[in-house]
Design a binder for this molecule. Structure first.
Ligand code: F6R
Length: 614
């Protein structure tokens, strides 16, 4: 969702801002804009619908000088994607420019009041009210910019990360946040702001993450001042970002998504490093050691997440119930937060999020925390809002995920959930020695087995060509492979725009079977596990109705060759770890179908990587 970049220092701001916007492209957007203050103190604002490259073309013959500026990519919420609704928005005097990520819920009310005071609006956005409100309060109270921003933000309800530029304060950027992310980078005589650290790491590793309702007053040549809405000055420790610039680039792959699919073996190794110790036959998660009592005594676990993270949560349920004997509920964070959910002190909430910024998951955590639950986070983005809102947790350590469709984060989440189930099961004595040792050994084999699956890339690319015609797809699996079916369907629909449904295989005959004819591709995850024969029966039912079957099968299984139209053989593993292996061919298939259809794989239409609005 919307991306924010800002710069103040002694370099030309424009190239830094544009490069920063490109680093944030992965978040998803539909228009872009930039505001710069030049040496004559002129405020130049340029905006375009479309990509950052369209903005670059538009400004090619314009004045882009200046050592201070703010820039934005907009993901439309209020008002269609067009030039007028794009940010930065400008006050009526044309002195103040503002960019915003989030949603102002009481904007209609505030807009009405400002219109009554004679203020003119140009756009359909909720954002525009903030810039007019700041200017109105500046004049009304004859105050300074910082106080006007503080007053304005005290009147708005909703989520925001903003950055403000003012002609009358040419050496200043004011930035603030509530429920939308914002990070400040501290360089040598220069400062950066951004929605995440990716536009900043190239210049400095020193960052400060703003907390909710905090304002940063960034002045050239001075130390940054942080103040909250209650006018209390806040101190922050500078943190170091452990992000390598190479991780933010494609490294020879055609798309970030493909690179991230191929990174999975290395990611899983990284995720297990220092946690899975094969030589000593143990798994250690620091959070389970530090909070053992709280976790061991949990009467119930509630897993909260959205999208792909919700699918890994379902796998977590199977793992935790099997090996820890704790009842587990998996909830969509967006539903949980608006129900009168029964949560108490004996509940442990596991919140799963790649970005660590998903608005619904964050709000659900706050709600559960307020009701006394203990919160364990499983996140990827270090220092993001969700890990900061939880009591403890475990990072998945898979590196930045840039492709909008989540791939390696899913594998990292499943790996952490497996390690958590092992560590907790061991502490509770609910897992047998045999299972515990076997799973540890097999976890260590997973990266190698993933490498084998990745060797099927060409084969899957050829298969994808056959199915670009499809308008619909069904994905079926049982047990641990039911969430894999859901994930396979989600991957396909989000990047190829083919309608796809995932179901538990046995559920098919309760409705979806009506859809099956000789044009319907049906993907079965039919590996050699306890439910194999059951899945084969479901496959026969599809075959009898002439559905076109693609089966993910275990290496060496020849039984399904006569039933399935196409078989993809993957290495055998333990049933509880199968999602780590069987998801990869589905990711590759979705990728290649989308490429065959000429779709924008890394930035699919309408989608955002970091869903910071509800
Ligand atoms: C799917 C996808 C989304 C995210 C969902 C949650 O490929 O990327 O469904 O999984 O928006 O995002 P996080 O995990 O960042 O909370």
């Amino acid at each position: 969702m919307c991306g924010i970049v800002g710069y103040i220092g002694n370099k030309n701001a424009y190239p830094i801002l544009i490069k920063g916007l490109k680093r944030l492209e992965y978040r998803g957007y539909d228009s872009a804009g930039v505001a710069l203050l030049n040496s004559k103190n002129e405020l130049n604002i340029y905006k375009t619908k479309g990509k950052v490259s369209d903005l670059e073309n538009f400004v090619a013959d314009k004045d882009c000088s200046g050592t201070v500026g703010i820039a934005h990519t907009r993901w439309a919420t209020h008002g269609e994607p067009n030039k007028i609704n794009a940010h930065p928005h400008c006050s009526n005097s044309k002195n103040i420019a503002l960019i915003h990520n989030g949603i102002i819920e009481n904007y209609a009310d505030l807009k009405e009041k400002l219109i009554q005071k004679g203020i003119e609006f140009k756009s359909d956005t909720d954002t525009e009210i903030i810039v007019h409100l700041i200017e109105y309060l500046l004049q009304k109270h004859n105050t300074n910019l910082l106080s006007a921003v503080q007053l304005a933000l005290s009147s708005v309800v909703g989520a925001y990360a903003i950055a403000v530029l003012d002609k009358n304060n040419p050496d200043t950027i004011i930035a603030a946040r509530k429920s939308s992310p914002l990070v400040v980078g501290i360089g040598e005589d220069e400062f950066f702001i951004a929605s995440d650290a990716s536009p900043i790491v190239e210049y400095t590793k020193k960052v400060i993450y703003l907390d909710n309702e905090e304002i940063a007053c960034i002045r050239r040549g001075e130390e940054i001042k942080f103040i909250n809405l209650k006018n209390i000055e806040v101190q922050h420790e500078i943190q170091e970002v452990l992000l390598d610039i190479g991780q933010l680039e494609k490294g020879g792959y055609a798309h970030f998504m493909l690179k991230e699919i191929f990174e999975q073996p290395a990611c899983i190794n990284n995720c297990m490093k220092g946690r899975v110790n094969v030589a000593h036959d143990n798994i250690k998660l620091s959070a389970v050691i530090d909070y053992q009592e709280k976790l061991v005594n949990a009467k119930r676990i509630i897993i909260l997440a959205c999208g792909t993270s919700w699918h890994s949560g379902l796998i977590g349920k199977y793992l935790l119930e099997t090996y820890c004997q704790i009842p587990v509920e998996v909830e969509y964070a967006s539903e949980f937060r608006y129900r009168n959910s029964v949560v108490g002190e004996n509940d442990v909430v596991i919140a799963i999020s790649q970005s660590g910024e998903t608005a619904d998951t964050l709000a659900a955590i706050e709600l559960a925390k307020a009701k006394g639950a203990f919160i364990f986070g499983i996140c990827n983005a270090v220092g993001s809002s969700i890990p900061r809102a939880t009591h403890t947790g475990a990072y998945i350590h898979v590196g930045p995920e840039i492709g909008v469709a989540s791939t390696k984060a899913f594998s990292g989440q499943v790996t952490v959930l497996a390690m958590l189930a092992m560590a907790l099961g061991r502490s509770k004595n609910t897992i047998s020695e045999k299972d515990y040792f076997e799973i540890i050994q097999e976890l260590a084999n997973i990266p190698q087995k993933m490498e084998k699956v990745l060797q099927l890339n060409e084969e899957i690319a050829d298969l994808a060509k056959i199915f670009t015609y499809a308008k619909n797809f069904i994905y079926l699996g049982r047990g641990y492979c039911f969430p894999v079916a859901l994930e396979g369907a989600l991957k396909l629909k989000e990047i190829s725009y083919i309608h796809a449904e995932g179901y538990p295989a046995a559920e098919m005959k309760h409705g979806p079977i009506a859809l099956i004819d000789d044009e319907m591709p049906v993907v079965f995850i039919a590996t050699n596990n306890a439910l194999y024969e059951k899945v084969v029966s479901n496959m026969q039912e599809v075959k009898a109705r002439k559905g076109r079957i693609i089966a993910i099968i275990s290496e060496g299984d020849t039984k399904l060759n006569d039933i399935a139209d196409f078989c993809i053989e993957v290495p055998q593993t333990l049933e509880c770890l199968e999602p780590l292996i069987t998801t990869i061919p589905l990711q590759l298939m979705a990728y290649h179908i989308a490429v065959c259809k000429g779709k924008n794989v890394d930035q699919p239409r309408n989608l955002a990587k970091s869903v910071t609005v509800e």
